[in-house]
Design a protein around this ligand. Structure first.
Ligand code: GUN
Ligand code: FE
Length: 471
């Protein structure tokens, strides 16, 4: 039998995705064929019966979605510190630089010293990510190779697409949590890239290494320079923190005599394969530069509210054409749920827009509004949480939406029970469900605002089911 006739799975039902910012695309009665490698082979519209599908795809599993259900792209978390999951939800009363010293470095050091603790923490993290619909994640790990390999192994075996960063830091406020020299740090980074790339996996490989200078304060110029060259030679992605908080920004200015964006740029670390977290202290000229370099931003609004003292200029970054996705920044952000990241991104942007229009009100005259709104809405945020993340990571073309050639990374969401017409989980439809089985934009907005884990039935990554909700 030719491979063309061997299909692993056929889905039939409603597909919802965000092909571009501001657009939510609802397609009913779609037949999606996913091949044995986990990629979408075809998407066809038009009602189908089970008999017809069985006759047409005799060797495939066929899954017909019930009314009230739809497939949505898996979420992408562009910034998460895996070891900090240990103390998620505690200790957010300090400014960034003190918080790192008091909590982050200590937790990371514990993980590095105890492989069993690392495995337990990372296994629990993977479980939480999946129940919240995150299928792709860009991770910060720790300094030691061993724990980062455990992180990569756990993500691979749990079926999550993970980009794993072994931290590079040859300077630290901690005497014990630091690499001994720039050369030792570079050697370790190089080894890690090679080791992860040569990991043998059962099934499709889902993990990749990422070059990860923690941030400018913990990296010497020599280290940053070497990492820039390594990333170029090995064609590896890069991640770091950029212009995040007042104390960090001042620290860099004092120590290096220039802003961190200039430091990264000078060492070849702003590339089309770079994702920089936060960027709250950047303005238009810097967005222009990031756009020019092809560098993406991981927007982490919840963490920003604690550490950043000013909001990220999201709308302006988007208008400059900068690639943007959403991150949770565990544990600087306390929630692992990208739905919370989406909601917070909208809230923050609306407060910014309110401030902007208020500042334009002339006390004695009529209200004047100048310029474009700086807010985003729920639809924009759904794009950022899916396609925006995929574009930022440079995933294969069409990732983060449902098209021919997309990896099948999808969540099966249920809004209501087709037989009783009752809402699922936190959703109530007091007036009943309009139009029988169709999912409207209004219902989707309701899910975005108040939906939760109870609405998530399954999660699929690269055509494989990695999570199913317990009834
Ligand atoms: N900057 C450097 N390290 C960190 C970290 O662990 N969390 C956050 N939010 N910012 C950082
Ligand atoms: Fe962070």
């Amino acid at each position: 039998m030719s491979p063309m006739h061997w299909h692993s799975r056929v889905w039939c039902g409603t597909l919802i995705d965000c092909p571009r910012i501001g657009q939510v695309r609802i397609r009913e009665n779609q037949t999606v064929v996913v091949n044995q490698f986990g990629f979408i082979e075809s998407v066809e519209g038009g009602p189908q019966t089970e008999e017809v599908l069985r006759a047409r795809y005799p060797n495939s599993n066929i899954q017909i979605l019930s009314p009230g259900c739809f497939l949505f792209p898996a979420f992408c978390d562009l910034h998460l510190h895996a070891p900090q999951f240990l103390y998620q939800g505690t200790g957010l009363h300090l400014p960034l630089m003190q918080w790192l010293e008091k909590y982050a470095f200590k937790a990371e050091e514990r993980i590095d010293a105890d492989p069993e603790l690392a495995r337990r923490t990372y296994t629990c993290l993977a479980k939480r990510l999946k129940e919240h619909g995150t299928g792709t994640v860009l991770l910060f790990g720790t300094i030691k190779e061993r724990s980062n390999l455990i992180l990569a192994e756990v993500m691979q075996s749990e079926g999550i697409r993970a980009f794993v960063g072994k931290l590079s830091m040859d300077k630290s406020s901690s005497k014990t949590y630091v690499e001994p020299s720039p050369t030792a740090s570079l050697e370790a980074a190089k080894n890690f890239v090679e080791t992860v790339r040569s990991l043998n996996t059962e099934g499709p490989k889902l993990v990749e290494p990422v070059i990860t200078p923690r941030f400018v304060p913990t990296c010497s110029d020599e280290l940053l320079d070497g990492l820039g060259k390594l990333a170029k030679d090995e064609n590896v992605r890069i991640q770091s923190h950029l212009a995040e908080a007042r104390d960090q920004v001042n620290w860099v200015e004092r120590e290096r005599g220039k802003p961190d964006i200039d430091v990264f740029d000078a060492h070849g670390l702003l590339t089309p394969r770079t994702i920089q977290a936060h960027c709250t202290f950047l303005g238009p000229a810097c967005f222009d530069r990031l756009h020019d370099r092809g560098t993406a931003i991981a927007h982490c609004p919840l963490s920003n509210a604690y550490f950043s003292s000013q909001p990220f200029k999201l709308r302006e970054a988007l208008d400059f054409g900068v690639k943007v996705g959403l991150g949770t920044d565990i544990a600087g952000g306390y929630s692992i749920d990208i739905m919370n990241s989406m909601r917070t991104s909208v809230l923050v942007s609306r407060m910014r827009e309110g401030q902007r229009t208020e500042s334009l009100l002339v006390p004695s005259g009529p209200p004047v509004e100048e310029g474009e709104s700086v807010s985003i809405d729920w639809k924009d945020s759904l794009y950022l949480a899916t396609r925006g993340g995929a574009v930022s990571l440079g995933l294969p073309e069409n990732a983060g939406r449902f098209e021919v050639g997309s990896p099948f990374d999808a969540q099966l969401i249920q809004l209501f029970d087709g037989s009783t017409q009752e809402g699922v989980g936190p959703l109530d439809f007091i007036d009943g469900v309009p139009n029988e089985s169709a999912i409207s934009e209004e219902m989707l907005e309701k899910w975005w605002c108040i939906g939760d884990m109870r609405n998530r039935i399954e999660l699929w990554v690269q055509g494989r089911k990695c999570y199913e909700r317990r009834q």
